[in-house]
Design a protein around this ligand. Structure first.
Ligand SMILES: Cc1cc2nc3c(=O)[nH]c(=O)nc-3n(C[C@H](O)[C@H](O)[C@H](O)COP(=O)(O)O)c2cc1C
Length: 154
């Protein structure tokens, strides 16, 4: 499966979260600001923050240009100080372009003293777990996992 990770960042959190996901998936994250070339992607992770309650305009524009031939499916990873806002407009924009949006994971970022210290290791792991679960959703559980029954027998 062709998996890519893109991010948009103002203060560096999304770059770090994208790097954590990228390391776990062995994928090099690309900066939306660099106008990355996206084509034939089966699953695209978009990592970005919330600014004044909404997505950055750059991220919305990226979503507007996305077509199924570029990315068939998308999953969103959102960081914000309060951990409440979602990137609904981004999601609706891509759905309107016939792209399957598989879900959104919300992790803590920080702004000044609000949620200071985030994103931390736990936040990175939350994003990585989401990425792995999303991949499993598309292609089924990984072969390396033992197929155990509830009583522990194989
Ligand atoms: C200008 C600005 C506005 C922000 N507005 C909000 C907001 O409305 N709600 C919120 O929960 N976090 C807000 N934040 C916090 C960011 O969403 C959070 O720090 C996020 O991790 C930023 O991602 P980035 O470092 O990749 O840019 C804001 C941050 C900045 C810099």
């Amino acid at each position: 499966m062709n998996i890519k990770v893109v991010y948009f960042t103002k203060t560096g959190h999304s770059k770090k979260i994208a790097a954590a996901i990228g390391e776990a998936l062995s994928v090099e994250p690309m900066n939306i600001d660099d106008n990355p070339s996206i084509f034939g992607v089966d699953l695209l992770f978009i990592v970005s923050g919330i600014y004044n309650g909404v997505s950055a305009p750059e991220v919305i524009q990226f979503g507007e240009k996305l077509k199924p031939s570029m990315a068939q499916r998308v999953a969103i990873v959102t960081s914000s100080s309060f951990g409440k806002d979602t990137q609904q407009k981004l999601s609706l924009t891509m759905k309107g372009n016939y792209i399957e949006v598989l879900g959104e994971c919300i992790v803590r970022g920080s702004f000044a003293v609000i949620s200071m210290g985030h994103p931390n290791k736990k936040d990175f792991n939350t994003a990585i777990d989401f990425a792995i679960r999303t991949i499993e959703l598309v292609e089924g559980p990984s072969e390396s996992e033992p197929n155990e029954n509830e009583d522990g027998s194989q």
